[in-house]
Structure formats: structure tokens, C-alpha cells
Design a protein around this ligand. Structure first.
Ligand SMILES: [Zn+2]
Length: 400
């Protein structure tokens, strides 16, 4: 790793300390939302006008152009002038990014924000003293977290303040000196599939069972839909629903930390997520095209539930090295002889090579293929045919 600094994010509860401060914090978050919506409205009008005029190019949007428009808006809106400028303007950085993603067809059109669960980003000059975060123009607010700040020497560079279900949280991003992570010389390929992680060492780690919590969420949601909007009962159920959702998220997160800690001794090879959607149909079996839509939706939900991107992010900072490889056909390739054949996959769970007869759990076989591709990448050579012990030696040399 060439960089000698890294970034870490820590989530704290944020305690405003007084009703007045809480009110002002909510007003600041509201201002961010107001500016987002006002600028989005303006932008929508520009786009509509360009379309009407038959322009072949839509007007460009960047943080710079939005920033200029913001200055105009601020000039004619007195109450906005009372707000700290940088955090409010920073909402437009997110909007500019959203527009750019939309133009690149990587994301949906930016949407108007509704009241509730607002957020504010403090983009610079973060001041934390005696466990209190200074919010510009409002004052210091207590940061609370079990275990305190794990990076006392880190420099806070950014903070995102959010209101979730009536409580305030601050995610503080620290710049920290990177630590040398000892590499035990192993290379582990992992196959992330719906609800589990399979490793090239032959281990399957199932994701926690959230079935009961999910059922409760569904039940509460149904009850909520029957209740009158804005009623006290509905609010009560909404809170219970939010709590169940949160418990589910925490359960997943805990599992991800355990799995990533366990895997992070050496190099970890994962499949490149960007190639996933294109290269793998539902659960790796290419069969019955057109009928897998429902299952695919279910799979996507399961993938979401397992939180691949979160797990990857954890591996990226816990493991000495993370390698992403194209996962095309890893589920149809024999890890022993290298034969690629869809027929080697008689069912979801099993792999049986049509050429050499090698049989294994389908995901364990895939994990070994992923490991091999990672190794090919590391050594800059083609895929080796087989033989795990020999490759391990090479890994040690590579790590040395
Ligand atoms: Zn084979």
C-alpha cells in the first residue's frame, strides 16, 4: 500500500444538549433540504426548457454551476443567510453528483427530498474538543459512543449529521495513519452468494437468519398501511417498524464484522461486483431464460440482505490485500480440471464436472475458481490447472 494515510468512519450518537440547539440543528438540516429542493426545481425547469427548445444537449450541472445559483438564492433569502454557508452549500455537491450519475445513466434522476430523516454534512474545519463536535453557528454537541473514539490520533476531516427516527447521529470521517497489516501469505477466494459466504478453504459461513425479524417488519408494515396517516397509532407502529429494521441491520453488520475478521489474514479474492449482474444469472445457473425473473428479484433481495458491498468494504480495510476478479463462469468451471460446462451444474447446490467427475458444493467450487483467478492476477500469469498446496508456497514468496 503506497498511501500512508487512510480514512475511517465512526458513527456516534449526537446529543444536541438542549431543546434550543436541537431545534436549530433541525432548522439547519431543513435548510439543506430546502436548498436541495429549490436547486432541483430550478434545474428541472432548465432541463424542460432545453427540451422544449429542441436543444440536443441538456444543460450541464456541476457543483460549480449549482454553487453559483445557490449564491443568488442566498442573496434573496434572508433566513438562509443566518445559516452556516458551507454545510448548506455542500448539499449541492451531492446533487451535482446525483445529476452526473443520471447523465452517465448510472442512476435515477435526482429526487425532491421530503421532510424527515434529514442530514447535514460539515465538509471541512471539523472541530472536536472534549468529546464535543462543534456545529457552526449552533455550538458544541456531545458525541457519544460505547468505547469512545477508537482513533484518538486521527484527524477528523468531515462529519455527516443525520436524524434517524428522531435521534441524531454523527458519522465522523477520520484521516488516520495506515497501519501495516501483517500478511500470513494465504490467498482465499470467496464466493458471495445469496445468504452465505463460501471460501476456497472449503468453509461455508451462512448469514444470520433474519426471517423472524423480516416477518415482523412485514406485519408491522401491513398494520401501518391500514392506519390513518398522521395518526398517533400509526406513528407508534412506524417506530416499532423502524426498530425492527435497525435490529436486522445490526445483526447483519455484526456477522459481516465476524466474517471479514476471520478472512482477513491474507489476500482475499472477491468477485468484481460490476461484472456480476452481467455475467451471472440467478444463482449462477443459466437455464430457463425468462422464467427466473421472480427468483432473481428474490436473489437481489437476499444479496441486499447479506450486504455484499459492506462486507467488501470491511475486507478492503481489514485484509492486507483485496483483489477483485471477473466472476464470469466461475460457477460452471471445474476447479480441478478447468472444464467449463453448464451441464456440470446439475442443481443449485451441487457441482459435478462432466469431464473429470469432480464433485463439490457448487459455491465451494466457485470460490476455488475465484481464488485461482485472483492468483493469476497476482502472479501475472494464466490460470494454473490445480494443486492447492503448491500454490500456497508461491503465495508466501509473493508476500515476502
Ligand atoms: Zn473437472
Amino acid at each position: 500500500m503506497a498511501d500512508d494515510t487512510e480514512y475511517r468512519q465512526i458513527v456516534y450518537r449526537l446529543l444536541p444538549g438542549s431543546r434550543e440547539k436541537a431545534r436549530r440543528l433541525a432548522a439547519l438540516a431543513g435548510a439543506c433540504r430546502f436548498v436541495w429542493n429549490a436547486m432541483l426545481d430550478q434545474q428541472e425547469q432548465l432541463v424542460a426548457a432545453a427540451r422544449l427548445a429542441g436543444a440536443d444537449r441538456l444543460p450541464g450541472v456541476s457543483f460549480f454551476t449549482l454553487g453559483k445559483a445557490f449564491i443568488q438564492l442566498r442573496r434573496i433569502t434572508p433566513w438562509l443567510q443566518e445559516m452556516p454557508c458551507a454545510p448548506v452549500r455542500y448539499a449541492l455537491r451531492y446533487q451535482a453528483d446525483a445529476w452526473q450519475r443520471y447523465f452517465r445513466e448510472e442512476g435515477g434522476r435526482p429526487k425532491f427530498k421530503r421532510r424527515g430523516n434529514d442530514s447535514v454534512t460539515l465538509p471541512q474545519d471539523i472541530r472536536i474538543r472534549d468529546g464535543k463536535l462543534h456545529v457552526p453557528k449552533i455550538g458544541p454537541m456531545t458525541l457519544r459512543r460505547r468505547g469512545g473514539n477508537p482513533y484518538p490520533d486521527g484527524k477528523p476531516v468531515r462529519a455527516v449529521i443525520r436524524q434517524v427516527n428522531g435521534k441524531w447521529y454523527a458519522t465522523v470521517c477520520y484521516r488516520v495513519a495506515s497501519v501495516e497489516r501483517p500478511d500470513d501469505g494465504t490467498v482465499t477466494g470467496i464466493d458471495m452468494n445469496a445468504g452465505q459466504v463460501a471460501t476456497s478453504d472449503g468453509e461455508i459461513m451462512p448469514a444470520p437468519d433474519t426471517g423472524r425479524l423480516e416477518a415482523r417488519c412485514k406485519r408491522l408494515q401491513r398494520r401501518m398501511s391500514r392506519q390513518k396517516k398522521g395518526s398517533r397509532r400509526r406513528e407508534h407502529i412506524r417506530r416499532r417498524h423502524a426498530r425492527a429494521m435497525r435490529r436486522m441491520a445490526m445483526k447483519r453488520r455484526n456477522w459481516q464484522h465476524h466474517v471479514s475478521r476471520k478472512l482477513a489474514g491474507g489476500t482475499v479474492v472477491v468477485e468484481d461486483l460490476n461484472t456480476r449482474g452481467m455475467t451471472r444469472s440467478a444463482k449462477g445457473t443459466v437455464g430457463e431464460p425468462g422464467t427466473g425473473v421472480r427468483q432473481k428479484a428474490g436473489l437481489n433481495r437476499a444479496i441486499l440482505a447479506t450486504g455484499w458491498s459492506d462486507l467488501r468494504a470491511m475486507l478492503a480495510y481489514k485484509a492486507p490485500r483485496l483483489v477483485a476478479v471477473n466472476a464470469a463462469q466461475t460457477s460452471q468451471t471445474c476447479a480441478e480440471c478447468g472444464t467449463v460446462d453448464a451441464a456440470s451444474r446439475p442443481s443449485q447446490a451441487t457441482f459435478k464436472c462432466v469431464a473429470c467427475g469432480h464433485a463439490d458444493h457448487a459455491d465451494l467450487n466457485a470460490a476455488r475458481n475465484i481464488r485461482r483467478r485472483g492468483q493469476a492476477r497476482l502472479h501475472g500469469e494464466g490460470a494454473l490447472p490445480s494443486g492447492t498446496p503448491m500454490i500456497r508456497e508461491t503465495d508466501r514468496r509473493l508476500a515476502a
